[in-house]
Design a protein around this ligand. Structure first.
Ligand code: SF4
Length: 794
């Protein structure tokens, strides 16, 4: 054991190396620098020290263990963490496996040793700062080092300060309400929120703590950091990362709009860079994803806020006020169980702490800390949703003073009103009348109950622009949502509440689109490109889906042949695939569209746009007047704004249905016909389709003696222009409204048909009433584009 003990930071010799518990390193450095300025000391976390003293391992080492032993990443990491414990002469099946892994890694140079660090220790004093309660493994390590150099302990002086007040509550809600009300009292007395700490806040307390402290107007900084795995940025990165990491990163960079996005993106870059050694980036894709999923982005930091902290590892000053909550068995202190890779028996053989020893050490430390922490209040609850709860095993009647508490309603009207509503609900349902109900009802006489105003109350432009970083991107689907219901757009596109989950259908759509984008280029290899397109997807196919996938493969082959045959009828032989077209609308808004295929003549005088579809698309243009169902007109608008072909006449804009609900080859070919609008000029149309009089490639395009059939979808150039102007006007109108924060609950009803609420997931949020629906007059496209020009002959 290391005997020499010093008590004051001032006793630390210049040039010393101070070892602290890892989570405390930053805080220790801050305090030390504040007190002593920059001095010649070095500070390392305990784990950091261990890795420098023995060895460290890289991602490459984890990957090697994963490959060699066929285990998942977390198990490979667990093996590596246990390598430190093995000792010569001690054997068990598990210890021998660890030894084998260590030898394998050493042979390949995958364990990094730092000989310079070891040598440098001889000329330094090692100060162990507040390392009470650490594993015997570390005690042994420092004992070994004490043979090389001077090792001293710097222990905190724990001065007992008398009994600690202890409060019990019926449940966590009451417990949190008490803590919030005591904090509000302290703040009213002039105590800075930064001097108040709440310790031991577990996940099940976070939501209520956030809500209740907000009602009490208490600024709160949660210690808990959020993982980034469910962020849109990461989801999109994972979907986009098939085999080319750089492209996936570049595409993700385009989605960075907010400071939070920036933090997430930088973390993503760090992970990607840590895999520099991998020759085949496809191999480490899942590994990288696991790393990314575990990244946490720190919550916002505030100077003047009440902070949540870890009780045992935090250092408190005499003027801090601490609330240790959730003082319940299983919650405080965190107890260890004999369920690690190495059993307690094996740990004892190796001379490291077993779970019993660690629990004893942690309890002793917790008791010591409770006894010596000034201004400490301890609370616990007696029940949760699962049943009865018990007080922490650290409880000892001799160190606590059990307190009685009567509810106060003096610090938060917002909280009191919520409590009153809960009480009124209970009274309405079960007829119960409590003292709380009587007190609050008297005080808040006439407060609203059972009347709810669902109107969107608006958002300030500056706040919205700040959130959007002055950048708004519109697309066909987001604009359509806006015109269906502005509030739905707000939830989907501003608050981003809609999570995109890949389904079998969306995955098929993506595979088909990719293969079709390659199908008409040189070096196309159907089997290879089909296989690669499937491998790029992250969706996990079930057996019956795999079976269906094989049927769809033949279907796709048929489609490609069908499209190829169709090319015989057109002079538009040049093609561009998967084009992204962007149009800058104003300083803030950009309109973006992706089109699957643009066909054009060699001289670029005529162009047509084609989008592959696997579902239904509305072809009628009537609702375009209201900004709805504008997919086809938007293609025309995009083509007109596509720089390389902006002077070309628009021959047509179509969708092509690539999934047919039939096994009949004739029917399938019919299904493949282009659906949409063609230019009525015979000069132009005859080049788009040689057989325009009875088209084999464009649905319903047919001529009789008196001109085009009534159902032929044709538009004059003037009408196409008019439609393009309408699209532009609707985009500008939507952009201006969104930028102004107009997100009214306003689903539409045109004639008898409802738009917006169908398939909307937000009914439980918006509480739509009948009065919210905007009733619009049915309107025909001829009313805003002018009359039809074909002759009806059938
Ligand atoms: S349910 Fe209807 S009213 Fe509510 S958000 Fe959705 S579309 Fe708007």
């Amino acid at each position: 054991m290391i005997k020499e003990v010093i008590l004051m930071l001032t006793d630390i010799e210049e040039g010393s190396l101070i070892v602290v518990k890892d989570p405390e390193k930053k805080e220790f450095l801050k305090r030390y620098r504040k007190e002593f300025g920059l001095s010649d000391i070095k500070v390392l976390g305990l784990n950091e020290f261990k890795k420098k003293y023995y060895f460290d391992y890289t991602k490459e080492a984890i990957f090697w263990v994963h490959k060699k032993y066929g285990c998942i990443k977390s198990i490979a990491e667990m093996y590596l963490e246990n390598l430190y414990f093995i000792k010569d002469g001690i054997h068990s099946q598990k210890i021998d496996l660890l030894r084998e892994i260590k030898d394998g890694l050493t042979e390949r140079g995958l364990l990094k040793t730092d000989e310079l660090f070891k040598a440098s220790l001889q000329s330094k004093t090692i100060v162990l700062y507040d390392l009470e309660g650490i594993d015997d493994f570390y005690e042994n390590m420092f004992k070994e080092i004490s043979n090389l150099t001077k090792v001293v302990r710097l222990e905190k002086s724990y001065q007992e300060k008398g009994l600690t007040p202890l409060y019990s509550f019926v449940d966590a809600e009451r417990e949190i309400e008490f803590v919030a009300s005591k904090i509000a009292e302290l703040i009213k007395k002039g105590i800075s929120p930064s001097k108040i700490k709440i310790a031991n806040v577990k996940d099940d307390y976070t939501f209520s703590l956030k809500t209740i402290t907000k009602d009490f107007n208490i600024p709160l900084e949660l210690q808990k950091n959020e993982t980034i795995k469910s962020s849109k940025l990461i989801k999109s990165f994972k979907e986009g990362y098939k085999d080319n990491l750089s492209t996936a990163i570049e595409n993700t960079r385009e989605l960075v709009h907010t400071p939070r996005d920036e933090k997430i993106f930088n973390s993503l870059l760090d992970v990607a860079n840590s895999y520099y050694w991998a020759e085949n980036k496809g191999d480490i894709r899942d590994f990288m994803f696991e790393d990314i999923d575990s990244i946490k982005v720190p919550n916002e930091k505030y100077d003047e806020a009440v902070k949540t902290v870890d009780f045992l590892s935090s250092t408190f000053t005499k003027d801090d006020y601490i609330f240790l909550m959730n003082f319940n068995q299983g919650s405080f202190p965190d107890s260890k169980k004999d369920e690690d890779y190495l059993s307690d028996k094996e740990k004892l053989l190796l001379g490291i702490s077993d779970s019993i020893d660690l629990n004893r050490k942690i309890s002793a430390l917790a008791r010591k800390k409770i006894l010596s922490t000034s201004n400490l209040v301890v609370t616990y609850s007696k029940k949760n949703k699962k049943g009865d709860l018990y007080i922490s095993p650290v409880y000892d009647a001799t160190i606590f003073e059990e307190m009685k508490y009567s509810r106060e309603f003096t610090h938060s009207d917002a909280h009191n009103l919520k409590e009153l509503i809960k009480e009124k609900d209970e009274n309405r349902k079960y007829g119960t009348t409590t003292d709380t109900l009587l007190t609050l009802r008297n005080h808040y006489d006439g407060s609203p109950y059972m009347n709810y105003d669902n109107k969107f109350k608006g958002i300030a432009r500056e706040k919205l622009m700040g959130h959007l970083q002055n950048k708004l991107t519109l697309s066909y689907s987001s604009m359509n949502t806006y015109y269906q219901c502005a509030f739905r757009y707000y939830l989907d596109n501003i608050l981003k509440m809609d999570e995109f989950d890949s389904t079998f259908e969306t995955t098929i759509g993506s595979i088909f689109h990719r293969v079709l984008s390659l199908a008409f280029k040189d070096n196309f290899d159907f089997d290879l490109d089909w296989r690669e397109s499937i491998e790029r997807e992250t969706f996990e196919f079930r057996d019956r889906e795999k079976f269906f996938l094989n049927i769809l493969k033949d279907e796709l082959k048929f489609i490609i042949e069908g499209i190829e045959k169709g090319m015989e009828y057109t002079e538009l032989k040049e093609a561009l695939y998967e084009q992204k077209i962007t149009v800058q609308i104003d300083d803030v808004t950009t309109f973006k569209g992706f089109v699957d295929k643009i066909l054009y003549t060699k001289d670029k005088s005529i162009a047509a746009i084609i989008d592959y579809k696997t579902g239904n698309t509305e072809l009628k243009l009537d609702n375009a007047y209201y900004g709805l169902d504008m997919q086809l007109p938007i293609y025309a608008y995009l083509l007109k704004n596509y720089e390389p072909l902006k002077d070309a006449a628009i021959g047509g804009f179509y969708i092509e249905n690539i999934l047919a609900n039939t096994r009949d080859p004739e029917q399938k070919l019919t299904n493949l016909k282009l659906q949409g609008y063609s230019n009525s000029s015979i000069d132009i149309l005859s080049r788009v389709d040689k057989n325009y009089e009875n088209s084999k490639i464009i649905k319903s395009l047919k001529m009789g003696a008196n001109g085009f059939y009534s159902y032929a979808k044709i538009l004059s150039e003037e009408k196409i222009d008019c439609l393009i102007h309408l699209v532009e006007a609707k985009i500008r109108e939507a952009a201006a409204n969104i930028e102004a924060g107009n997100f009214e609950i306003n689903p539409k009803k045109i004639g008898l048909k409802e738009y917006g609420c169908q398939f909307c997931k937000y009914r439980d949020i918006c509480y739509k009433t009948a009065a919210d629906t905007k009733k619009l007059k049915e309107i025909k496209k001829e009313e805003f584009l002018g009359g039809e020009q074909h002759a009806d002959v059938d």
